[in-house]
Design a protein around this ligand. Sequence first.
Ligand code: HEM
Length: 219
Amino acid sequence: MPEGPQRWPRWKSLRVTLPSVLASNHPMPTDITVLDLSAYVGLAAVGAVTLNMLLGTLMAFRYSPVRQWPHRHFNYFRLHNLSGYVALSLAVVHPIVLLFDKTAKFRVLDLLYPVHSPSQPLENTIGAVALYGVAIVVATSYLRIRLGRRLWKSLHFSIYIAAAALFWHSLFTDPALKNSPVDYLDGGKLFVESCLALIVILAALRYRHSLRKTHRAQS
Ligand code: HEM
């Protein structure tokens, strides 16, 4: 089983083993390592943050699913909130899983303050910045009414800083913890790159929208 960035073969083997396992009533295949699990949870967190930012941008554009397509009631504000909680939960679980990999040698302190963590400390520290950023955005959204719109909004925009940190961390961390060069065509990295492309487009549209709004207010 190849370790590290080349993860397509691992997925292939999953597809092959799963049906035979189901047919023979064996427990789940054990060829997913703890590091794989941590990486998959990390990737799911990236997906949840991307969905959350997509829905947030739709709100900024005052998109209405009733007036526009699909002309139906759909409370996407709730989905935006829910995806925020899911993203935070996954982002918390992802580093915790590392504690169960004996070879990785991570301690609780290395997760809270990864500056001296056993491998790729810079990448891990940037991951922690992302995690704390997402936590601040989710916590302050929960306290939105008490904080007042102005303060809440300025804190909410720190999601862009958190997103920059989480994409940096997700792209440049070696999932095998071997400090190998990044394989940009690895399945996980391709997923992160697609999410990043979407966020860059959304951020550009959002920026143009706020420029137009300021321009209209001034004229
Ligand atoms: C205390 C905070 C964090 C630490 C210490 C940490 C640590 C690590 C480590 C050691 C790896 C390589 C091993 C593995 O794949 O699990 C990794 C990979 C990764 N992390 Fe984190 N991380 C943190 C936060 C985050 C956050 C907040 C996200 C996303 C929201 C994230 C997403 C990812 C992704 C997508 C990968 C790469 C998976 C791949 O290439 O397949 N991490 N992280």
